[in-house]
Write a protein that binds this ligand. Sequence first.
Ligand SMILES: [Zn+2]
Length: 189
Amino acid sequence: MIGQGPVGSVQRFKRNGTKTEQQRNGKILLSLGLPMTHRIVMPIRAENRWLYPIDWQQLSGSIRFERAGRRCEQCRRPHLRRVAHLGDGRWWDAEATCWRSSQGKRITIKGGFALASIRVTYVVLACAHLDHDPGNSSRTNLKALCQRCHMIHDAAEHRWQRWWNVFRVRALRDLYEDPRVTRERIADR
Ligand SMILES: [Zn+2]
């Protein structure tokens, strides 16, 4: 029966050498599954999900692919490409055959560099909110950024988010803890 049976049954052959239905089904699933491994889903925090407009996927796509032309709007690294870089933001633009700065400008590297310092990164563009507010999805507030630029842009926000997470745990504990326990805990300090 299609779609049933353990995954292991995919490996089984009928005695006469023809493929079982599970096996054929397994093949179909595999062929559908392969492109999925290349789809990197950028997680949206569950608590922020409702803030995103319902057409976020289309909006994000139109920023990244149409407006940005599949390149980071900060450093110009191309989407879903392996890019050689020096770890400090300078990267090799294979298409334009030149080095670029972390700001996307063409540069020459004076004095050369050690081959060992070259790294390769798979670039993924995501659509960032410039003011960190997922509720503000006007096009001027959105920017297609590679993960490096995204992280740099979000660095201050990440620190704040960590603080906020700790704060919320504290606030929840304060809200729901038995006041007598709270009193004892404070007294124990
Ligand atoms: Zn970038």
